[in-house]
Design a protein around this ligand. Structure first.
Ligand code: SF4
Ligand code: SF4
Length: 317
C-alpha cells in the first residue's frame, strides 16, 4: 500500500513541477518581451501600453485610468481596451497565474516560516470548505464578490479623475517591475544611472513583501479581472465526479482545495473565495490523486461548482 501511494505520488509531483516550470517560463518570456520591446523602442506606447506598430496591447486598468484622467475619447485606445477586456472575459484571471511577475517577487522573499504559514492557511481553508460541504452549508455568495481590492480600484479611478493623470500607475508593482527592467537595460546599454533604479524596487518590495498579500488584498488589476471575468466559464477547473475519491469512495479528500493558492475549492466551490478568483494555475489538477480535475476550454455539461455531489451522513472529517 505504501509503495502504491509512492508510485502515485511521484508522477503527481513531477506534473506539479512541470506545470510550475511552464508557468514560470511563460511569465519570464512575457516579461522579457515587454521589457525588451520598451527598451529598444520596437513597440508603441508606455509601460501600460506596448506592442508592435499599430497593434498594441494595453493594461486594461492603465487604459481606464487614461480615459478617466483625460475624459477624452481616443478611438484607438478604446478599441484596444475593448479587445483586452474581451481577452480577460475569455481568460478570466489567467494573467495573474501565468503572466504577472509579482507572485515571483513574493517568492524571492519567501522564508520557511512564511511558506509554512501559507500552507497552513491553504489547509485551513480546505478544511473549512470540506466542513461546509459536509454540513450542506453553502456560503451565501453575492453576485459581485467585492473586497478591499475593489476599494483600491475605485480609489485608483477616482484619484485619476481628480488629478488628471493615472496616479496608481506611479506605484503599480507590475508596471514598476517592467520599468526597473528597462532602467537596468538603459544603464547597461547607455550608462544611464538614475535613483529610480533603487526607488522602483523599493516600492515593489514595500508593496509586495512589507504590506504582504498584495494580490489578495490590494491589487486593483486583479479586482478588475475578477469583475470582468465573473461570467468566465473557459478553462474552469472541472471535477469528474465518476473519478473523484470523495464521490466514488467517500474519502475525506481535500487535496485540490489544499493546493489552491486562492483558497478556492474546485470540488464544491464552497471555499473561502469563489471560483471567479481562479487564476487557472492548474495546481488543483496536479494535486488530485485521482486525476479527476481538468481545465477544459469549453465548460463541461456538469461542472463541479454548479453540481457538487451531495454529502453522505457517515462522511469522515
Ligand atoms: S481552482 Fe485550481 S486552477 Fe484555480 S486557482 Fe485554485 S488551484 Fe489554480
Ligand atoms: S483532489 Fe481530486 S479526488 Fe480529491 S476531492 Fe479534489 S477532485 Fe476529488
Amino acid at each position: 500500500m505504501a509503495n502504491e501511494t509512492t508510485a502515485k505520488e511521484k508522477p503527481r509531483a513531477e506534473q506539479r513541477g512541470k506545470s510550475a516550470r511552464l508557468r514560470a517560463t511563460v511569465a519570464i518570456l512575457a516579461f522579457v518581451a515587454m521589457g525588451v520591446g520598451l527598451a529598444i523602442h520596437s513597440g508603441t506606447g508606455t509601460i501600460s501600453s506596448f506592442g508592435w506598430d499599430y497593434i498594441a496591447t494595453v493594461c486594461p486598468l492603465g487604459a481606464l485610468e487614461s480615459i478617466f484622467g483625460s475624459w477624452a475619447f481616443v478611438p484607438r485606445l478604446v478599441i484596444a481596451l475593448i479587445a483586452m477586456l474581451a481577452v480577460v472575459w475569455v481568460a478570466g484571471k489567467g494573467f495573474c497565474g501565468w503572466i504577472c511577475p509579482i507572485p515571483y517577487v513574493g517568492k524571492l522573499f519567501r522564508t520557511k516560516k512564511s511558506s509554512a504559514r501559507e500552507a497552513n492557511e491553504r489547509h485551513a481553508a480546505a478544511k473549512l470548505s470540506y466542513e461546509r460541504w459536509k454540513n450542506n452549508d453553502a456560503p451565501q455568495r453575492k453576485k459581485l464578490n467585492l473586497d478591499s481590492r475593489h476599494g483600491v480600484l475605485l480609489g485608483a479611478l477616482a484619484s485619476t479623475a481628480i488629478f488628471g493623470f493615472p496616479v496608481f500607475c506611479l506605484v503599480c508593482p507590475v508596471g514598476l517591475s517592467v520599468a526597473t527592467f528597462v532602467l537596468f537595460w538603459r544603464m547597461v546599454q547607455y550608462n544611464e544611472v538614475t535613483f529610480c533604479l533603487l526607488l522602483f524596487p523599493a516600492i515593489i518590495i514595500l508593496e509586495v513583501v512589507v504590506l504582504g498579500k498584495w494580490c489578495g488584498r490590494f491589487c486593483p488589476l486583479g479586482a478588475l479581472f475578477s469583475l470582468i471575468g465573473s461570467t468566465n466559464r473557459t478553462f474552469r477547473p472541472t471535477v469528474d465526479h465518476d473519478a473523484c475519491l470523495r464521490d466514488t469512495k467517500g474519502e475525506a479528500c481535500k487535496a485540490c482545495a489544499s493546493a489552491c493558492p486562492e483558497h478556492i475549492d474546485p470540488f464544491s466551490d464552497m471555499g473561502e473565495r469563489p471560483m471567479t478568483e481562479c487564476v487557472k494555475c492548474r495546481s488543483c489538477a496536479d494535486a488530485c490523486p485521482a486525476s479527476a480535475i481538468t481545465l477544459p476550454f469549453l465548460p463541461a455539461k456538469r461542472a463541479s461548482s454548479e453540481n457538487p455531489a451531495p454529502p453522505t451522513p457517515e462522511m469522515p472529517s
